[in-house]
Design a protein around this ligand. Structure first.
Ligand SMILES: Cc1cc2nc3c(=O)[nH]c(=O)nc-3n(C[C@H](O)[C@H](O)[C@H](O)COP(=O)(O)OP(=O)(O)OC[C@H]3O[C@@H](n4cnc5c(N)ncnc54)[C@H](O)[C@@H]3O)c2cc1C
Length: 389
């Protein structure tokens, strides 16, 4: 087989890239190791920056997003039994849209199917060859046979555990990492949210978050130990602990019920540099991970794809390599700012197991400053709604 761009991974970054390139008549094949249903069953992010919404529009997959997405003008932070609102719209003129990653993925998959662009699901043992040459080859196994695709470029959109980043020689890649000493226990429930906006909670028993996917489906999180198992958390125990961490008003509006999904996600900051090796370009979680506190994971995948798609389009349409050569630098400049913001949000909102009295006082001072300073709130809002690209 031959195509122009092989995309490894059918998550948001791979699908979005595939659509944006298809709109310009550039051929792609997506190789996805899991089944379509498996990919659609994963519950992950839910907050979209305006830039991500714009890209999904450009990809021709925003109809349902505009019908069902919830526009949020701000968010609340609860600390010391009081809630403080950060007014995104008032401070920056911008908003965010709450719309589940699962739905984004479904819409992009439908858009891809409607133009007949090929995706190979359950593509196993994907391996990358000759990626430093101008004729990279991608090999994989599907339906019991080994197949090969020759291409111009490979886009590594296969997430943190994918094969793309691992195909780059160790001495050509530098990794930067911070692993946090806690995880997030998440519960999805078919009940209306406790509030119209997200509530981030810094409580002495640990962080909590009241989030949502729609007006009838809520997502709640509790800070938990990394060594805990989902089985240790029957629904009753989850709701009891959440109730302890919320203020009385939030508790009075909390609608509990049987969980329809429950999982524990470890928290990690990670960046691999550079995001390119030869004609392999990394995008999204394949190159970087953020703790979910700043709602940046999916949005960073989108900004990488914005840079990468325009670079590839420039090459095919205008014969210009400038965008491809600048890709890693441009993407990483934005990635590191989102890494900083996600790290900072994690730092101010969680209780760290080893924190000293000094650390606690600094965290309190940081929050009190934030609640009292319009400049500090603007800085948070500007980063939360997304830095420009
Ligand atoms: C459990 C969890 C919870 C999260 N919660 C949030 C959240 O609340 N808020 C937030 O902002 N972000 C969250 N994130 C992050 C966000 O979901 C990611 O940033 C986003 O999915 C990145 O998209 P991606 O397309 O780059 O990678 P992915 O969505 O990981 O997609 C990669 C795709 O590649 C496929 N793949 C992997 N290896 C191979 C291979 N060898 N061959 C072929 N295909 C392969 C995978 O099956 C997958 O479909 C969460 C992530 C996880 C893992």
């Amino acid at each position: 087989m031959r195509t122009q761009v092989v995309i490894i991974g059918s998550g948001p970054s791979g699908l979005l890239l595939g659509q944006l390139l298809a709109k310009e008549g550039i051929d792609t094949i997506i190789l996805e190791q899991k089944s379509k249903d498996y990919v659609l069953g994963r519950i992950r992010a839910g907050v979209l920056e305006e830039g991500a919404v714009r890209l999904i529009e450009q990809a021709g997959a925003a109809e349902r997003l505009h019908q069902q997405g919830l526009i949020h003008d701000g968010t609340e932070i609860a600390f010391d039994s009081a809630r403080h609102r950060i007014d995104f719209k008032g401070l920056t003129g911008k908003t965010v849209t709450v719309y589940g990653q699962t739905e984004v993925t479904r819409d992009l998959m439908d858009a891809r199917a409607s133009i007949g662009a090929p995706t190979v699901y359950e593509a196993l043992d994907v391996s990358l060859h000759a990626i430093e040459s101008d004729r990279p080859i991608v090999r994989f196994r599907a339906n019991g046979t080994v197949q090969e695709i020759e291409c111009d470029y490979v886009a590594g959109c296969d997430g943190f555990h994918g094969v793309s980043r691992r195909s780059i020689p160790e001495d050509r890649l530098k990794a930067f990492e911070r692993v946090y000493p806690f995880g997030w226990l998440g519960v999805l429930v078919d009940k209306p949210p406790a509030s119209n906006e997200l509530i981030y909670v810094n409580h002495e028993r640990g962080f909590a978050l009241c989030s949502m996917r729609s007006t009838t489906r809520s997502r709640y999180y509790l800070q938990c130990r990394v060594d805990e198992n989902v089985e240790d958390w029957p629904d009753d125990k989850f709701w009891e602990e959440l109730t302890r961490r919320l203020d009385p008003e939030a508790v009075s509006k909390l609608s509990t019920g049987p969980s329809i999904e429950k999982s524990i996600a470890p928290l990690r900051s990670f960046v691999a540099e550079p995001m390119r090796f030869g004609n392999l370009f990394l995008a999204g979680d394949a190159a970087h991970i953020v703790p979910p506190t700043g709602a940046k994971g999916l949005n960073l995948a989108a900004s990488d794809v914005a840079y990468l798609s325009s670079a590839i389009i420039d090459w095919y349409r205008r014969n210009s390599r400038g965008g491809l050569d600048a890709y890693a630098g441009r993407a990483l400049a934005r990635v590191w700012k989102a890494e900083r913001f996600s790290w900072w949000m994690t730092q101010i909102l969680h209780r760290f197991p080893e924190e000293s009295g000094f650390d606690q006082r600094i965290q309190r001072a940081e929050l009190e400053y934030l609640f009292s300073s319009t400049a500090a709130q603007t800085a948070l809002a500007e980063n939360y709604v997304g830095l420009p690209y």
